[in-house]
Design a protein around this ligand. Structure first.
Ligand code: AMP
Ligand code: MG
Length: 275
């Protein structure tokens, strides 16, 4: 079975997050690494291919790739960005991290800041959190009435359709960490002076709403996985599996886009190169 077939959320609204194992070893998936060493080698190979394809995407300058990352804290959004995109040229790639909306952002519709950050033609855009927060944290914390967030699934599908119709290829990843592994990582962070700047008391408070978050994620991925903007549920309890899986899907996506270098517009033979 192919990786993306195994991890993709089928369009149609029936997926359950609990059916995806956060520690899935991906046995039986074509090309899946079985050890950490194998995974690191496969990741490096993917990083190189992604870099080459990004160069072509930039030169072709007609389409864009948008990667959306969503996850509970400590599931590895930052790690995925660091590992999977370490080879790309920063000139053609932009990461946008979406935090709590500012006063100005709140004065606009929730998609305003999102649309502004969509990658232009030729570039890769990575969203560290996204418009999905507006049906996840906003729902869990009841920041808007139910009627308001419930209407957003259709709005998001329409928005992503608009982007796809205008040359933006979209791939969405939910990094699926287990409750126990998240606790372990948060406690490790707390104990590590190099990492505890990332922490806030809220991180542990949010854990107490785990079932509400999972329900919100389940509806988001089930209702907003489409052929043109599919969700993938990535097993995230093992970092090496997680990084390889995301890099592999990004690689396959760029390969299927098959960006082409533009044709040279002049005949090199006619140029006087004697100077
Ligand atoms: P971090 O990614 O850990 O730096 O935290 C960013 C915080 O911003 C998270 O707690 C998100 O839930 C929150 N956030 C992001 N987007 C929104 C939004 N649209 N409404 C409310 N909170 C948000
Ligand atoms: Mg945080």
């Amino acid at each position: 079975m192919s990786l993306s077939k195994k991890l993709v959320v089928p369009p149609g609204g029936k997926t359950r997050i609990a059916d995806f194992d956060p520690a899935d070893p991906l046995a039986g998936v074509a090309g899946a690494p079985t050890t950490k060493d194998e995974a690191e080698a496969a990741l490096s190979a993917n990083v190189e291919v992604i870099a080459d394809l990004q160069y072509r995407l930039y030169a072709e300058n007609t389409r864009a790739l948008l990667i959306v990352l969503q996850a509970m804290d400590a599931a590895g959004k930052d790690g995925v960005i660091r590992h999977c995109f370490s080879g790309v040229n920063p000139q053609g790639c932009k990461v946008t991290a979406f935090k709590q909306p500012s006063a100005t952002e709140l004065d606009h519709g929730y998609l305003w800041r999102i649309h502004h950050a969509v990658p232009p033609k030729g570039e890769i855009g990575i969203f560290n959190r996204s418009h999905y927060e507006d049906v996840i944290v906003v729902r869990v914390h009841e920041l808007v009435p139910e009627k308001v967030w419930k209407a957003r699934y259709d709005q998001i599908n329409a928005f992503e359709r608009l982007l796809a119709d205008n040359g933006v290829v979209i791939r969405k990843f939910f990094l699926n960490v287990s409750n126990a592994e998240q606790k372990k990582r948060l406690l490790d962070r707390l104990a590590d002076p190099k990492k505890n700047w990332k922490m806030s008391a809220a991180d542990f408070a949010e854990r107490r709403r785990w079932p509400e978050y999972m329900a919100a994620y389940e509806d988001a991925v089930a209702r907003c996985s489409t052929d043109h903007a599919p969700w993938h549920v990535i097993p995230a309890d093992r970092k090496w599996i997680r990084n390889w899986a995301v890099s592999q899907i990004v690689r396959e996506t760029l390969e299927s886009m098959d960006p082409k270098l533009p044709k040279i517009r002049l005949d090199p033979a006619t140029i006087d190169t004697s100077g």
